[in-house]
Write a protein that binds this ligand. Structure first.
Ligand code: NAD
Ligand code: ZN
Length: 366
């Protein structure tokens, strides 16, 4: 089963195609999206041999000029050096304005390739072929591209919408379990922030999703992308509703930075961060205890951490203060007023915050 979703951005609408076996025949979806048969396939050294190289061979069979650009693997390589390398290769190969950059990989490859596409010759067409669950449900949708600076993550970048997102869920077969579960944190997030029906579906079908049952995966990725697309269309440049997507992220970023990036995966930190957000919401009187426990229970069933590490209250504050989503020096949080409804821009009384951060998420984990 293949599902199609349209991201209805005015003037730059694009389709997201979700299914299995989508990379097997480039003539079905990829070729029609090219303005000219000239493609730069950007991937990394882990993903390229499994997915990008076979795709390159198939595209060449259709007469497409393919330039394969393989970056070193890892968040530590989401740098200007990798970005420059993409441009160098495109220029050496004399790629033209009607060329298409295709990202085959996780969020790191997608963000870098997208930013390179946004800036090469002032912008060329871009296609996402996400191969991690996180990239399929989150980073490939919404048009944010960029790279990390030594002073912080994702500080340099641009908005550049893809022309097509082709999510072939067959690629998940080789994704390590830990990466899969980390991606699942973002899937659960959509249920918590705005989609009660999806939340109920996840509670019913989580075991099938964890077993990577093909039909369950299509539904989970489709509903996630639909939610992200609706939020992005309502608020393309992140001033209002898009902030809801940051549920658990202020706490999560603090955990990632506090433990040293790479120690916890992003999704793991977000999972514990969402539990903390629920705890804080409950302590602030916004959320009832039952809803709070429902959130913790689903995150625990997904095999994700529900207990944030003890960073110490002062260090929490410092780390959250360095999050770039801080508004005029005040930390504002995305909190929950139901298990399936979040609100952005919430201020939290200092004593409530201190109590929750000092207690960690023990109450829920128990
Ligand atoms: N642009 C956005 O809106 C947005 C949103 C969320 C996250 N991000 C960014 O996404 C990045 C994280 O993305 P990620 O979690 O996909 O990490 P990633 O790109 O580092 O991929 C995780 C690991 O899985 C490997 N991998 C990828 N696909 C595979 C497959 N099918 N089989 C086996 N291994 C595979 C990768 O080589 C890597 O080692 C971060 O840099 C983050 O900032 C961007
Ligand atoms: Zn995230």
């Amino acid at each position: 089963m293949t599902r199609l979703l349209e991201v209805a951005l005015p003037g730059q609408a694009y389709p997201i195609i979700i299914g299995h076996g989508l990379l097997a025949d480039p003539a079905a979806h990829l070729l029609p999206a090219l303005a000219r048969p000239q493609v730069a396939l950007v991937s990394n050294t882990t993903v390229a041999p499994i997915y990008a190289q076979p795709l390159a061979a198939r595209l060449r069979e259709h007469g497409v000029q393919v330039l394969e650009i393989d970056l070193p693997d890892g968040e530590v390589h989401k740098t200007r050096a990798s970005f420059d390398h993409i441009h160098d290769r495109l220029l050496e190969a004399r790629f033209e304005r009607k060329a298409t950059v295709v990202a085959v990989g996780g969020g790191v490859v997608g963000d870098l390739a997208g930013y390179a596409a946004a800036t090469f010759l002032r912008g060329v067409a871009f296609i996402q072929v996400p191969t991690t669950l996180l990239a399929q449900v989150d980073s490939s949708v919404g048009g944010k591209t960029g790279l990390n600076h030594p002073l912080g993550k994702n500080l340099i970048g641009a908005f550049h919408q893809p022309r097509l997102v082709l999510a072939d869920l067959d690629t998940l077969a080789t994704l390590p379990e830990r990466e899969f579960r980390a991606g699942l944190a973002e899937v659960l997030k959509y249920g918590f922030i705005r989609d009660g029906r999806f939340l109920a579906w996840l509670e019913e079908r989580l075991d099938d999703v964890l077993a990577r049952d093909p039909a369950a995966l299509v539904e989970a990725v489709y509903q996630s992308c639909r939610n992200k697309a609706e939020v992005v269309v309502a608020d393309e440049r992140e001033s209002g509703e898009r902030a809801l997507l940051n549920l658990g992220h202020t706490f999560g970023h603090a955990i990632e930075a506090g433990l040293g990036f790479g120690s916890w995966l992003h999704g793991e930190a977000v999972a514990a961060g969402m539990v903390l957000a629920a705890e804080v919401s409950c302590a602030a009187g916004m959320l009832d205890r039952g809803a709070c426990e429902r959130i913790g229970a689903l995150i625990a069933r997904a095999g994700l951490p529900v207990q944030a590490p003890d960073l110490g209250f002062e260090r929490w504050l410092t780390l959250m203060g360095s999050d770039k989503k801080v508004d005029a020096g005040r930390v504002r949080f995305v909190l929950l007023n139901a298990a399936d409804h979040a609100m952005a821009g919430c201020e939290v009384p200092a004593d409530v915050l201190r109590r929750c951060l000092s207690a960690g998420a023990t109450a829920i984990a128990a």
